[in-house]
Design a protein around this ligand. Structure first.
Ligand SMILES: [Zn+2]
Length: 140
């Protein structure tokens, strides 16, 4: 069985340690859409030990904070599905009033077909720096 999240990072790598990685998804409508991917095959949050859960969510929250600091979005959507892969990962999606699906989930039918104006997108380097800064204080 091949698994895309085992074979590749799954996007642009922003941060990693031996347990997990943070990537930015290649999505034209949602250029700041990120994921936190647990490196090993684990299906459910409750399959992780308590410390592992804390570590995973600590990184999810740090990523949320870094994206808020940089983008001031209308909302951050957090989601975990994994219906098609046993590879635990969290979606961390900054949302804006004028994005294609707002106020619906990004997986719903689009409510704006064109003319959407994405806010200025920060560079991967800027996001990496901010995430590292937030993580440095969060993971002490
Ligand atoms: Zn995998």
């Amino acid at each position: 069985m091949t698994c895309e999240l085992c074979d590749t990072d799954g996007g642009k790598l922003l941060w990693r340690d031996k347990f997990l990685r943070v990537i930015r998804v290649d999505d034209a409508d949602y250029p700041m859409y990120c994921r936190v991917v647990w490196n090993a095959h684990v299906g459910e949050m409750t399959d992780l030990g308590e410390l592992q859960r804390q570590h995973l969510m600590g990184v999810v929250f740090a990523l949320e904070q870094a994206l808020r600091n940089l983008l001031n979005p209308a909302k951050i959507n957090l989601a975990s599905f994994g219906n098609q892969t046993p590879h635990l990962h969290w979606h961390v999606i900054p949302r804006f009033q004028d994005d294609r699906h707002f106020p619906q989930p990004v997986w719903a039918q689009a409510v704006r077909m064109d003319g959407q104006k994405q806010p200025p997108r920060v560079s991967d380097e800027t996001l990496k720096e901010e995430l590292a800064k937030v993580l440095a204080s969060a993971l002490q």
